[in-house]
Design a protein. Structure first.
Lengths: 145, 86
């Protein structure tokens, strides 16, 4: 008897799991691929791994220009965490430079409010989200996969 | 895992194309002596700014690892460009 099977039986003996749950666990041990399929059927969606950005626009002479970017979510997470280790001496000038840019482009970015836990929350809420941005002759679409 | 290869593919409307396969592992090997040389300076900078050097190295490693899977495709009537890191 292998260790996993013994542990399940011990849990059943201790009353930590019901007989039906123990049966399911034992079945999963015998056939892990079927268990994975069942988990997928039960609605457990995988976390998005990539951010896709599609840009459909026009070149200088009105010719079509398409851009398709795939950015790993791990890179976004690492980037946000990297910003959190910036020394306090550097944060002031960076925030100041971003404020100046924001006055020009009206896009407000505050690095100090960018936190890894916020990003995780954002990623979780991005499930099945598609963002379409239409501007003049340019279309931007964000999807997660 | 840090990225090991990068691929650049450019195809012009005339049919001419360029396919470059860049073994990034060689780049990392070449940069290794340089990293060893700048390590003392990095440690001094960390001490001056009160930063944890291990945390910084870990975050840089994570960022570098995160690059794997990056893919960019630009399609124009005159050329088609694909850039891939894996």
């Amino acid at each position: 008897m292998n260790e996993d099977r013994r542990r399940i039986l011990d849990m059943l003996a201790a009353g930590q799991v019901t007989a039906a749950e123990a049966e399911r666990l034992l079945a999963a041990l015998e056939n892990p691929s079927a268990a994975a399929g069942a988990a997928a059927d039960s609605g457990a969606k995988p976390k998005p791994k990539f951010l896709r950005i599609f840009v459909e626009g026009e070149g200088k002479r009105g010719t079509p220009l398409n851009v398709n970017l795939r950015v790993p979510m791990q890179l976004l997470r690492a980037g946000v965490k990297l910003s959190s280790i910036l020394p306090s001496q550097a944060r002031g000038p960076i925030a100041e430079a971003l404020r100046e840019k924001a006055n020009v482009s009206r896009a407000r970015i505050d690095l100090t409010s960018l936190k890894p836990e916020n990003l995780e929350e954002l990623i979780e809420s991005l499930d099945d989200l598609t963002v379409n941005v239409d501007s003049h002759n340019t279309k931007v679409r964000f999807t997660y996969e | 895992m840090i990225p090991m290869t990068a691929t650049i593919y450019v195809k012009q409307a005339s049919g001419r194309f360029l396919h470059l396969w860049i073994p990034l592992i060689l780049l990392w090997i070449l940069l290794l002596p340089l990293l060893i040389l700048i390590a003392p300076l990095f440690l001094i900078a960390c001490l001056l700014f009160g930063l944890n050097p291990l945390r910084i190295v870990y975050q840089f490693w994570q960022t570098l690892s995160g690059l794997s899977g990056t893919n960019a495709e630009i399609h124009h009537e005159r050329a088609h460009l694909v850039f891939r890191i894996s």
